[in-house]
Design a protein around this ligand. Structure first.
Ligand code: FE
Ligand code: CA
Length: 530
């Protein structure tokens, strides 16, 4: 592979800038150079391993225009990885190809790096200024002891609902080993999916238009343009540049509340499959994920494991692609499942894969997933406690939750922490061993992180409905309606979780506070305030 690249580069040098888009057996274009900065969507890194990570960019000189403003030819992109931020000690470099088939996105799986240390990376393309630099930390070497790890959890970033100041604050968090993104990276809806109370304003109080570009998205080009709109945000770019992300997806990367072959509207599965495929291709194109996550005609394999030395094993789940349809909640509904308490949320193969992966000696197991795993309870009219329905969460799949608990118990694990998103609130609690004993022993602790923007400012005053849920749910320690994210500081002895809240997101410059700090020890699935 190397020599044709070298030959072609010599050729390009000889021909000057006019040859930039020639070659690669593709349609040639005579575009002499980029008139606009091609790295307008920033850079990103992801899925850290002990010897490397993925680095990502996409060439899009005109992000919202057709094809991101790119001619439909393959373009060589150079990349460099350095041990220092000034790029004086470059330890890896190479050339990737930005192909029109992938919207001119570039994914490089960098390897050969040393474990558990920071690196810096950047991209170059002929005829344009270099990309901004990003930084990422490799994972600790397999099986070695690790003093500490720091993992952020964030997601649900409805662009029209507010400013990404939470991403800016996250970009300034020191020493992040990874950021788990639980999905809702984009929302598929048309225009501004919010009520007037979600109006976004500038610092002077003027109304700002952050509405979605275009109608509800269906085609590959629609999804690409939606990602381009979101990824054009500088504060989101800063977060990606600051740490390696471990990406997953939830529903809105495709369509609200989708479940394997079914959307929420009863669309014929063969029609929905085409939309889902377009959405998954665009997800892959815009995420710093490995080639193993490249979707094929049979779907995508998003669930995967990442090990951080002997301290942490991270199991990233896909709770969308293999689940049974959500259960019906109203009489007369048709686009949903009736009955079947044994319905699956992971599918048999992923459930077995998770069970196998839980057989380990890691200091901690982090199950990184999307939807509420802990049950919530409410007080019925007669004063008794009853399980609160949650058709899109694990509570809608009680048999699957029972299997997860059984799996954790069978492996004698007391060190399972679950990271979750989707609900646009902070929620901290435990998964009881038995659904009907919420004050009995717990199988795992769960930290559900709120949204970056989805839902707008929210409220720092406790909501009445949250107080009622807390009163009926002895397994739940905290519910909060503000925006923000969570930070996990992990050592062999203790897992500290910081619940971070923003005072506002609908006007710029929101400030970040730590609402609560919890501690968990690995000998017992139990929460304490730290
Ligand atoms: Fe969301
Ligand atoms: Ca969601």
């Amino acid at each position: 592979m190397m020599s044709p690249h070298i030959d072609r580069r010599r050729l390009l040098a000889a021909a000057g800038g006019m040859a930039l888009f020639a070659g690669f057996g593709s349609v040639s274009a005579a575009t002499p150079k980029f008139r606009r900065y091609p790295f307008s969507l920033g850079v990103a890194s992801g899925d850290p391993w002990p010897d490397g990570f993925v680095i990502w960019t996409r060439l899009a000189p005109d992000p919202l225009a057709e094809h991101g403003g790119m001619p439909m030819v393959a373009v060589p992109v150079c990349w460099e990885v350095s041990e220092d931020a000034r790029f004086t000690r470059i330890v890896r470099s190479g050339e990737a190809v930005a192909r029109p088939e992938f919207a001119h996105a570039v994914h490089v799986e960098v390897d050969g790096l040393r474990p558990h240390r920071p690196y810096w990376y950047r991209f170059r393309v002929d005829g344009a200024e270099a990309s901004t630099a990003g930084t990422a930390r490799t994972a600790p070497a397999a099986g070695v002891g690790v003093d500490r790890l720091r993992i952020a959890v964030a997601g649900c970033q409805a662009y029209p609902h507010g400013w990404y100041d939470a991403w800016h604050h996250l970009s300034e968090e020191a020493g992040l080993d990874a950021v788990f993104h639980y999905g809702d990276y984009i929302y598929e809806t048309a225009g501004h999916p919010g009520a007037p109370h979600l109006q976004v304003r500038d610092a002077a109080g003027g109304i700002v238009d952050r509405s979605h570009f275009g109608d509800e998205i269906y085609s590959l080009d629609d999804y690409r343009r939606r990602y381009a709109q979101y990824k054009g945000d500088r504060q989101l770019q800063a977060a990606h540049a600051a740490a390696a992300f471990v990406m997953s997806f939830d529903d809105h990367e495709v369509d609200n509340d989708w479940a394997s072959a079914f959307d929420q509207d009863g669309t014929p599965p063969e029609a929905f499959a085409l939309r889902r495929f377009a959405a998954m291709q665009a997800w892959y194109e815009h995420m710093p994920v490995r080639r193993a996550q490249l979707p094929g005609p049979c779907g995508i394999v998003m669930h995967r494991r990442l090990d951080f030395g002997a301290l942490l094993r991270m199991h990233v789940l896909d709770t969308r692609s293999y689940r049974d349809d959500q259960s019906c909640t109203q009489p007369g509904q048709t686009a949903c499942r009736t009955g079947d308490a044994e319905a699956t949320i992971l599918g048999d193969a992923q459930r077995a894969w998770l069970d196998r992966g839980l057989r380990n000696k890691a200091g901690w197991n982090l199950i990184a997933q999307q939807v509420f795993a802990m049950p919530l309870y409410e007080t019925a009219g007669d004063g008794t406690r009853k399980l609160r329905a949650g058709p899109d969460s694990w509570s809608g799949y009680p048999g699957a939750r029972k299997q997860l608990v059984r799996s954790i118990c069978r492996h004698d694990l007391t060190n399972v922490v679950i990271a979750t998103g989707d609900a646009h609130i902070h929620a901290v609690g435990t998964i009881p061993v038995r659904d009907d004993e919420p004050d009995g022993p717990a199988a795992a602790t769960e930290f559900l992180a709120t949204s970056i923007t989805s839902g707008g400012d929210g409220s720092s005053v406790p909501l009445k409905r949250h107080e009622a849920l807390l009163a009926a749910s002895p397994n739940v320690a905290l519910l909060n309606d503000q925006r923000g994210y969570q930070i996990h500081d992990i050592t062999a002895e203790a897992w500290h979780a910081d619940v971070k809240v923003m005072d506002r997101v609908q006007t710029p410059g929101g400030s970040l506070d730590t609402l609560a700090r919890f501690v968990v020890t690995p000998d017992k699935a139990r929460l304490d305030l730290s």
